[in-house]
Design a protein around this ligand. Structure first.
Ligand SMILES: Cc1cc2nc3c(=O)[nH]c(=O)nc-3n(C[C@H](O)[C@H](O)[C@H](O)COP(=O)(O)OP(=O)(O)OC[C@H]3O[C@@H](n4cnc5c(N)ncnc54)[C@H](O)[C@@H]3O)c2cc1C
Length: 408
């Protein structure tokens, strides 16, 4: 019988995939997932969509049914935070002082919401959204005719705004920068989302400075620096996340805007792998160090990490991809657009709700944002992974077949 024990710290997308992949790769030792969340791993993307509106129940969110872990002899230690890694003695110490010995360790600690020190942010009704507990908390304040202020015009803020608007709420999104989604996409896509949200009845204010959140015990509104007060029954703050790297850092592992891992998902201690939102890794397609916040990365990197732990070194070289659902819009992003110097549109972004934005740096195609354009997304995903580019003149000409758009 194997004496190996892989302890996975985390309990979300990367942890679930890592544990399942270990078994698939033939790991015969023990596997324990130690996660702070009290629930077995569940899908996070619906938290700003179907789980917020109540269309999906908690059990429908589970990544795998509870029996899966039992059947595969994966021990779930839930509602339990690891407070220390003792690398010398190869054990982890839990918040209650209990210890678990490991032979191999996997860090899938993900990310935590970035908190902002606005006066009044301690009031009841001021919420952040990262886990299911947050979604339950938020749902208490939702309802037709109520008012919501969303602070932060990133994907999660906009998705939550769309969900609340669909529930018949009065929704205002406040963005500090001159446009929504400024950190992650082009001005064309920002303008498109601003138009659609406005058409749907959501108010978007940009270049906004917030003075304070107002209320007694409960939040009642948000006061802007220009004196305007926006009434609110709920204030949802979505201003990004920070990688959860404290454990790794305290254990002396290399950390630099994420736990630094090599192409095999190994940390600076080769008995410890890491995967998902908490890592920073090299991507050979972009010749860049990336820290991604996506289900794709959590899953694909976890598979690589599992292989590594089972002795098969297979380099991680996946193309990043991502999606966001708002109203009737399905945005699918293939690739990573940071560093683009040109955007070419296929279709009209100024009217209707279907087009694709192709991002270039010089002649190199970096990424495609496809809105209600699954074909463009699928092709871009395939061709980008093969290192191919596209011809901008053919991109804009919708009479040219998509296959022809991607040249060698
Ligand atoms: C509302 C919302 C919507 C999203 N929508 C999309 C989307 O549409 N598409 C997409 O690709 N991505 C989306 N994401 C991002 C996606 O969910 C993340 O990229 C993904 O969850 C990363 O998985 P992970 O396992 O790396 O980390 P996480 O999901 O962050 O999980 C980390 C886990 O580790 C636990 N943990 C941390 N420290 C400890 C410790 N010391 N001891 C024990 N446990 C610990 C945490 O409690 C947490 O459960 C969304 C995220 C949110 C919150």
């Amino acid at each position: 019988m194997s004496t190996e024990h892989c302890v996975i710290i985390g309990g979300s997308h990367a942890a679930a995939m890592l544990a399942a992949s270990l078994r698939q790769e033939g790991w015969e030792g023990m596997i324990s997932i130690v996660g702070a969340d009290p629930l077995p791993p569940y899908h996070r993307p619906p938290l700003s969509k179907a789980a917020l509106s109540g269309e999906k129940t908690d059990s429908e969110l589970l990544i795998r049914p509870a029996e899966f872990y039992e059947k595969n002899n994966i021990d779930l230690v839930l509602g339990c935070e690891v407070s220390k890694i003792d690398r010398d003695n190869k054990k982890v110490i839990l918040h209650d002082g209990a210890e678990i010995a490991y032979t191999k360790l996997a860090l899938t600690t993900g990310a935590r919401v970035r908190k902002i020190p606005i006066p009044g942010s301690e009031l009841e009704g001021v919420c952040y959204l990262r886990d299911l507990g947050d979604a339950h908390q938020i749902r208490k304040f939702l309802g037709a005719g109520k008012s919501a202020v969303v602070i932060g015009g990133g994907y999660i803020g906009l998705e939550a705004a769309a969900s609340m608007r669909k529930m018949g709420m009065n929704v205002t999104v406040l963005e500090a920068l001159p446009r929504v989604l400024a950190r992650v996409t082009s001005p064309e896509i920002s303008a498109f989302y601003t138009r659609v949200h406005t058409e749907e009845g959501t108010k978007i204010l940009t270049d906004v400075a917030i003075e304070k959140i107002e209320g007694g015990n409960f939040v009642t509104g948000v006061k802007l620096a220009d004196g305007q007060v926006l009434p609110a029954n709920i204030v949802l703050i979505g201003v990004g996340v920070l990688p959860a790297t404290e454990l790794a850092e305290a254990a002396g592992l290399e950390v630099d805007n994420g736990i630094v891992v090599d192409e095999f998902a190994r940390t600076s201690d080769h008995d410890i792998v890491a995967a998902g939102d908490c890592t920073r890794h090299y991507n050979p397609i972009y010749d860049a160090q990336l820290r991604l916040e996506s289900v794709q990365n959590a899953n694909d990197q976890a598979k690589v990490a599992a292989k590594t732990l089972c002795g098969t070194l297979e380099a991680y070289r996946a193309l990043p991809w991502f999606w966001s659902d708002q109203y009737d819009l399905k945005l699918q992003i293939a690739g990573f657009s940071a560093g683009f110097d040109k955007v070419v549109l296929r279709g009209d972004a100024t009217q209707g709700r279907s087009f694709a934005a192709f991002y270039f740096n010089g002649d190199k195609l970096l990424a495609v944002d496809a809105i209600n354009r699954p074909k463009e997304f699928m092709m871009a995903k395939r061709f980008l992974a093969e290192g191919k580019t596209a011809d901008p003149a053919k991109v804009i000409d919708e009479s040219v077949d998509l296959k022809e758009v991607f040249e060698n």
